[in-house]
Structures are given as C-alpha cells and as structure tokens.
Design a protein around this ligand. Structure first.
Ligand SMILES: *Cc1c(COP(=O)(O)O)cnc(C)c1O
Length: 444
C-alpha cells in the first residue's frame, strides 16, 4: 500500500475547474513523496499514527473556544471541555507534573507566554548560545526580542559541546537575570539543568527548559526530566520526538506560575487554540504511555548506530569523543564536500530530506551555507527502522556525496522505503474498516 486513497484525477478533471484539480494534485503528490517515498531526517518532524489522525480530523477543527474549560466565552464546547480537561490530566500523569497548559498553539507561542510571564521590557535573560542550539524564539530576532527582553549568552565549552557550567554560574551571579533558558534545537547532549538551577534560584531567577525537541524522549524516560532536575517551567512542541499534531504545551509544578501562564496564553498569545489538536495530542499521550519507552529507546539506539555508520562511511560526525550523541540527532560537518547547502540539496534529489545547519565552528554569518547537516532519526524510527536500516541510509548518503547521480540513489531510496509504510509504537487496530464504511477523511 502506498497511499490510502487513490484519487481519480480524470474524474475530478471532468467535474472541477482545472486550477482546483491542480491544487489537489499538488497535495496528493506531496503526500506520496514525503510520506511514502522519502527518508525524512528533519530532526523537528514526525508523523502521527492513523489513530491520532482520526482524532485530528474532527469537527473540532471548525470550532472556537476562548478561555479555560467550563469557563468559555462561547457555547457548544461540552465535548471540547471534556477532552481538554482529560488532556491536562493524562499529560500531567505522563510527565509527572501538576499543571499542564495545552493552549499554546506552538512551541514558539509557549515560549512567548513564559517569557512574558517571567520578564518585561528591559529585563535580562541568560540563554544558551546559538552553538549550544538555541532556537530563534530565544533570540533578539524572535519573541524574546519582540518582548524587549535582553538575550545574554551563556558561556559555551566547545570541547564538551555544551554550556560551560563554572562560567555560567559566575555569570548568573553577576547578571542576576530574571530567567535562564536551557534546551535547544540542535544539541546532542543534555544541558546542565541541575547544575544551573541552584545558581538561578540563589539570585531569584527562574529556570525554563525548552523541551521542544526532546519531549518524546522525556516521555520515554530516555532524557533527563527537566523539572525533576530543578527547572521551574518546561515549554515544548508536541510534534518533534513527541509524535503528536503540531502544537505547543507548557508544564510546571508551581501553582502561582501556572496561574500567570494560563492568564497570559489567552488572551495575549492565542484566542482560539486550534481545538482539533487536543484529542490528537491526547491519543498520542496514550501511545507514549504504552509505547513511549520502547520508542525512545529505539530512537537513542538508532541515532548512535547511524552516527557510527556515517563515521565509518567517511563522514565527519561531531561529538565522537563523547559517543556521538545522546539525543535523536546526529550532526555532520560536510564542509569537505562543499558545505551544508550543497549537500542538503543533493540529498533532496536522492529523496533524503535533511536540513543544513550551523555547527559550533561556524560564525553566525555562515547561515546561508553552514558547514553542517542536522539529522534526526525519530520519524524514520516511528516508521519502523532499526539500526541496520540506518546503516543502509548512511550508505545511500555516502553514494550521494561521492558523486553518484542522485537520481540513481533516489530509485534505491524509493525501493528501500517501501518496507516502512506503517507507523509503529501505536495500538494495532485496523482502521481501514472504519475508513471505508464511515468515509472518515484519514490522510490520503
Ligand atoms: C522547534 C522549536 C521551537 C518552536 O516550536 P514551534 O512549535 O515550531 O513553534 C521552540 N524551541 C525549540 C528549542 C525548538 O527546537
């Protein structure tokens, strides 16, 4: 099976304006390509299970809710309230936290909300530097800057590929920031939460951990739980290693902070919070409850095996002296092959989807052609790939950088990808029956 729905485009062409059919064709072609024919190594992406997709494609996507469950500004939300309350409950259990705020519609909105609660125009925040993987929302170019909060970089230890703890503690004591942000978009090793939490608290600062990338690893207990290590607040996306719908979430155990967060996310940063996300996120919570440990475990094994295989295929893989990676990511330095921009493009021609990325040796100005590639194994792990499969992917990648015609490699990739068309780490139910009798619009 390649696509669930075979669309009869000649029938549609007879009935619909040509331009409209073209729109459907583009979407269909995208789905077939990205979902079933490419090896997706974008570290911030994932796929929902068909079960979660079923919950996602509901009438809730058409409805409006402002405010908190049972205290809405609109009628018609009896069932939405039920789902939202259950989500806060189940997610709280899954992550062992008291308060869950699920209304942030993305990780960026979660950060905006928390930064607004903790800082004000002119206050200072100490944040991981770009080399340590900070996200654009942590910088003057993103929501932090829009709120007028000053970004002061935490010191970086190039050897450890992490924040320099001793220097960071000194800087915290010196600057006395309002808050500190750890966690990032490009990192192989966990940031030192425990080490910095005490220093933060001693000057009255809060420690925020941005778990956008690693939320699924935390659910699967393969990444240090930031709150258990002293963080006051966690922000995250719900669609990276946590394989739910695109969205955001905020956790805390602090009642006062939670109340401030709940009062800020609405009305400041969302009015409606995209309600169809909620049941799909809830389904994903159950999947992570039952399969999260096995999933996170396989992600970690695959990332390690992939890094080792890439190194033995001749790639420069970062972090060798530290065992390459502890996350879902692998970082390559491809400057010897012409740089990240060129190689990412060539790999795309071979149906291997990656993104170019700055690596620690790059100046921030190298953003258009950085030396690196960031690879993430979480999505292909969800499609069922194991260590040996990633060794095969490393071989495909070598063929491309060694100058083999990418269109030849692409044929091999499409053939290889046919073995991985089913989403793993979910409940084994046959939704096709429901699909055909009820005509639920599951993804094509
Ligand atoms: C992806 C990411 C975000 C933003 O999340 P969106 O859901 O894309 O808005 C925030 N922080 C970090 C560290 C990220 O990697």
């Amino acid at each position: 099976m390649v696509c669930k729905v075979v669309v009869d485009f000649s029938y549609l062409e007879a009935k619909l304006p040509k331009d409209l059919v073209n729109v459907l064709e583009i979407v269909y072609t995208h789905n077939k390509w990205r979902r079933y024919e490419t090896i997706n190594l974008i570290a911030s992406e994932n796929v929902m299970s068909p079960l979660a997709e079923m919950a996602y494609m509901s009438d809730m996507m058409h409805r409006y809710a402002e405010g908190k469950p049972k205290k809405r500004y609109y009628q018609g939300l009896v069932y939405v309230d039920e789902i939202e309350i259950k989500l806060m409950d189940v997610m709280g259990d899954l992550f062992n936290v008291k308060y869950v705020e699920p209304r942030a519609i993305s990780g960026t909105i979660a950060n905006a909300t928390v930064f607004k609660v903790l800082g004000e125009y002119g206050s200072k925040a100490l944040i991981a530097p770009v080399q340590a993987g900070s996200h654009v929302s942590h910088t003057k170019y993103g929501v932090l800057g829009a709120l007028g909060i000053e970004h002061i970089e935490l010191p970086y230890d190039a050897e450890e590929m992490n924040i320099d703890v001793d220097k960071a503690v000194k800087l915290i004591e010196e600057v006395k920031p309002k808050f500190i942000v750890l966690g990032g978009s490009v990192y192989l090793f966990p940031h030192p939460v425990k080490e910095l939490a005490d220093a933060a608290h001693s000057v009255g600062a809060k420690l925020v951990y941005d778990a956008a990338h690693v939320l699924g690893l935390i659910a699967g207990k393969r990444w240090r739980h930031p709150i258990e290590h002293g963080a006051d607040i966690v922000t995250a996306s719900t669609h990276k290693t946590f394989p739910g719908p695109q969205g955001g979430v905020i956790f805390t155990n602090d009642e006062k902070l939670y109340k401030a967060i709940a009062k800020t996310v609405f009305p400041v940063f969302v009015s409606n919070h995209h309600l169809h996300r909620l049941p799909a996120t809830l389904v994903t919570c159950y999947e992570m409850k039952y399969f999260g440990e096995a999933y996170a475990d396989q992600i970690i094994r695959n990332a390690r095996a992939f890094a080792e295989a890439l190194a033995s295929e001749g790639f420069k893989v970062l972090g060798e002296h530290k065992g390459y990676t502890m996350s879902h990511q692998v970082l390559l330095d491809v400057s010897d092959y012409g740089g990240g921009a060129k190689i990412a493009k060539l790999l795309e021609e071979a149906n291997i989807i990656v993104n170019k990325n700055l690596i620690p040796k790059d100046p921030p100005t190298a953003i258009k052609n950085p030396s690196g590639l960031r690879l993430g194994v979480q999505e292909m792990t969800r499609w069922g790939m194991k260590e040996d499969d990633f060794r095969e992917v490393a071989r495909f990648m070598r063929m491309v950088v060694e100058g083999k015609d990418p269109s030849e490699v692409k044929k091999k990739v499409i053939e290889f990808r046919k073995e991985f068309t089913k989403v793993h780490y979910t409940f084994d139910v046959d939704l096709v029956k429901i699909d055909s009798s009820e005509k639920l619009p599951l993804l094509w």
